[in-house]
Design a protein around this ligand. Structure first.
Ligand code: SF4
Ligand code: SF4
Length: 55
């Protein structure tokens, strides 16, 4: 499993990418999670101001 981004609510602010300890998130039009790097820690979920990412 990996964190999932809701593209309709993501505003590409980058907070999740900054919070991720594994560099698993890049910001394109919306946040994109690299499932091979994600360890489901939940840090991005807590960091998102838009509740756009779930674990
Ligand atoms: S759950 Fe953790 S490892 Fe996975 S993308 Fe979010 S912050 Fe990164
Ligand atoms: S913190 Fe939330 S709104 Fe910001 S880029 Fe990540 S998923 Fe999108």
């Amino acid at each position: 499993m990996a964190a999932k981004v809701n593209a309709d609510s993501c505003v590409a602010c980058g907070a999740c990418a900054d919070a991720c300890p594994n560099g698993a998130i890049t910001i394109e039009d919306v946040a994109v999670v690299d499932a091979d790097k994600c360890v489901d820690c939940g840090a991005c979920v807590d960091a998102c101001p838009s509740e756009a990412i779930t674990d």
